[in-house]
Design a protein around this ligand. Sequence first.
Ligand SMILES: Nc1ncnc2c1ncn2[C@@H]1O[C@H](COP(=O)(O)OP(=O)(O)OP(=O)(O)O)[C@@H](O)[C@H]1O
Ligand SMILES: [Mg+2]
Length: 246
Amino acid sequence: MDTITPLLKVENLRFRWPSGQRDVVDIPELSIQQGERVFIKGESGSGKTTLLSLLGGINLPDSGRINLLGTDIGQLKQSHRDQFRADHIGFVFQLFNLIPYLSVIENITLACAFSSQRKAKALVKSSTLEDEAYRLLSHLQLQDRSLLNKPVSDLSVGQQQRVAAARALIGSPELIIADEPTSALDADTREHFLSLLLSECEHSGSTVLFVSHDPSLEKTFDRSIHLNKLNRADVSRKIQQQEREQ
Ligand SMILES: Nc1ncnc2c1ncn2[C@@H]1O[C@H](COP(=O)(O)OP(=O)(O)OP(=O)(O)O)[C@@H](O)[C@H]1O
Ligand SMILES: [Mg+2]
């Protein structure tokens, strides 16, 4: 029996995109414990990014409940949900979502502009937010100080990926949600980047949800979730696909 309250608990979650013909997410139950490092896999189009957007309160489910840190995020007003996300979740998006005209440092420290809690936690680790941004970047092996004040659009894709990771990590949010955060890195750098990311999360006690197509990374995680087992919508999608092909 579960005696510890999970960090994240999902019940009867269903979601369909407004323009869609069918549910993309249909998950009866999912629990993630605090500090757990979870690897999520599934083929392209199986709903991984959609699921992460629901778990992070970016989109609201059509039905069901998402309880994060004891809060039912579906019950929060939009402005409270945005603040809750800024305080407690660090996202590394599949397409980074960095702000191109801001510098590297500005992109990273922006996460603290939206959350006084994260700002305070960042300032426990370093004396200024800029120093903390640089500490994280160095830890993610982007030590070149000359890059810090450049617009992020001047960086390579692999460098931008590390900036996106540092932005998610600054201020030690309780949950790190990372969607294909290593796709732009070469195989040699990938495992190294992952171990640096995970060690930073371990120091902060953050829980990690990590989506990737790369099976070689799976072994580093406490648990692996295959969306085609968890998500009933993915099973019905496959059945429909097979029927069309016959
Ligand atoms: N903004 C959107 N509006 C409408 N439909 C969407 C939207 N985003 C995704 N979808 C649809 O939802 C389904 C799941 O997409 P999703 O992006 O969650 O898949 P994924 O597992 O993350 O795929 P990938 O591995 O390629 O990133 C797909 O059929 C997709 O076409
Ligand atoms: Mg995706």
